[in-house]
Each structure stands twice: as C-alpha cells, then as structure tokens.
Design a protein around this ligand. Structure first.
Ligand code: ADP
Ligand code: ADP
Length: 225
C-alpha cells in the first residue's frame, strides 16, 4: 500500500487552474522529485501535501489516513525551502531542537536527538553558533537537521539547493542522498533542474501546466545525456 497518495487533486486560484487532477502514489522510503518548468504546479502540490494550501478537489492520504482536512501541525511533515528560515536569535542546537521543544519532549530526549542530528549533518563543532556565523551550506544543513529531528512521516523539499553555487550544490546533493539512505524518510523534492532530479531520485514526476505528464525512474523518463 502506498505511503502517500494523491487522488485526483486539483487547486484553483480564481480563474487559474494551478493543479489539475494530479494522482500520484509514493512508497514508504521513496525519494521522488516533482520536476517541471516554473508555473507548472509543483510548489502548489507540495503546499497542499503540507497543508498550507487547501485542495479545491481530490484527496490526499498519508499512511492510510485522509489528511486533506488536517491542519499542517497534525500531519507531522518536515519541510525545507530555498530560504532556510532559521531563527536568527537561536543557536544551531536550539534551531535543531525547536520542533521537539514545541512538541514538549523531555529535555534529555531533545539533547540526545540534537546531538544525533548535529552529527548527521556534520555540525557538532558549531552547536553554539548563530546562523549568521555559518556559511550558506552550513545553514542549509541546520535547516535539514531541523526538518528531520522530529522523525516526520514525510520530508518535503522545495528547491532547497537553488541558492547555492554549483560546487556546493553538488556536494549537498551527495549529502542529501547519504542522509536519505541513512534516515529512510519518504521524500518529495521539488526542482526545475532535470540533472538534479535524475541524480537524486528513485522516481520523477514530470509536471506541465498543472498536470503530471509522466512518472517513472530517471532512466524511464529521460535518456542520460
Ligand atoms: P511551480 O512551483 O511549478 O513554479 P506553482 O505551483 O508555484 O508552480 O504555480 C502554479 C500556478 O499557480 C501558476 O500559474 C501560479 O501563477 C499560480 N499560483 C500559485 N500560487 C498562487 C497564489 N497564491 N495565487 C494565485 N495564483 C497562484
Ligand atoms: P537552552 O538554554 O534552551 O537549553 P541550549 O542552547 O543550551 O539552550 O540548548 C538547546 C537544546 O539543544 C537543548 O535541548 C540542549 O540540550 C541541546 N544542546 C545544546 N547544546 C548542545 C550541544 N553542544 N550538543 C548537543 N546538544 C546541545
């Protein structure tokens, strides 16, 4: 049974049909990219999965439960965007621990989890710095650790690497693959970069004009250049 299921999902903004009858099944632990040109409905689809946008039609099921009526905080989904939106006044450790703090987890559990995710993203030596003292790539790693620390059912990434330069982007792609293998969380990755989608994904869903045109493994969807 699929872990995430979109069933004939659509979204209208006034006269604009942003997403039109999208259906997609994602298996537990899968890494799938939503790939397509600007304006093709990728981000809107992600926002409906997250619960920050309502659906105009259709259903979203997560772990066998219908979630399209649930508010974001009841969906237990981790997210990371292009602008990492770290809390500037908090340390790296406090940023990573924040999702557990708002869930009222015990201090000892938060400390252990923060340690574990600091190590996973290679920032143990930077626990007490503020985000402004970190490089762009390091800030990105903090955002990733914060998105994973509460063991979400789903990880949603929207163009997370597009602000980085080419070398750093390629390094972060490798790191994302390693961390995905390690954590095994079902991941939805929005990008307009075909090479990035092919490098990272188990499968790619190709978006165009608010619809999915094709879904398959990278080698099924594109010939390697
Ligand atoms: P993508 O992520 O593929 O670039 P989007 O999902 O952002 O595409 O946008 C799909 C379509 O929906 C576009 O035509 C966009 O202009 C429109 N759209 C997105 N968000 C809004 C909004 N909040 N209000 C009105 N139109 C929107
Ligand atoms: P607070 O005063 O709110 O506890 P801290 O920065 O001391 O602020 O800690 C924030 C969270 O991160 C706490 O749960 C703490 O246990 C954990 N933490 C703080 N520093 C480290 C560190 N160097 N390594 C691992 N975890 C840390």
């Amino acid at each position: 049974r699929p872990h995430l299921e979109l069933i004939d999902v659509s979204k209208r903004y006034g006269a604009t049909a942003a997403v039109q009858g999208v259906s997609l099944s994602v298996a537990e632990g899968e890494f799938i990219s939503l790939l397509g040109p600007s304006g093709s409905g990728k981000t809107t689809t992600l926002m409906m999965i997250a619960g920050f946008e309502s659906v105009s039609g259709g259903h979203i099921r997560l772990g066998g439960t219908t979630v399209e009526e649930l508010p974001p905080h009841e969906r237990n989904i981790g997210m990371m965007f292009q602008n990492y939106a770290l809390f500037p006044h908090m340390t790296v450790a406090q940023n990573i621990g924040f999702p557990l703090k708002v869930r009222h987890r015990p201090k000892s559990e938060i400390k252990a989890a923060v340690d574990r995710y600091l190590e996973m993203v290679g920032l143990s030596a930077h626990a007490h710095k503020r985000p402004a003292q970190l490089s762009g790539g390091q800030q990105q790693r903090v955002a990733l650790a914060r998105a994973l620390v509460f063991e979400p059912r789903l990880l949603l990434l929207d163009e997370p690497l597009s602000a980085l330069d080419k070398n750093l982007r390629e390094q972060m792609q490798q790191e994302l693959r390693r961390i995905h293998r390690q954590v095994g969380v079902t991941t939805i990755y929005v990008t307009h970069d075909q090479g990035e989608a092919m490098m990272l994904s188990d499968r790619i869903a190709v978006f165009n004009h608010g619809r999915i045109e094709q879904v398959g493994r990278p080698d099924e969807v594109y010939e390697r250049p």
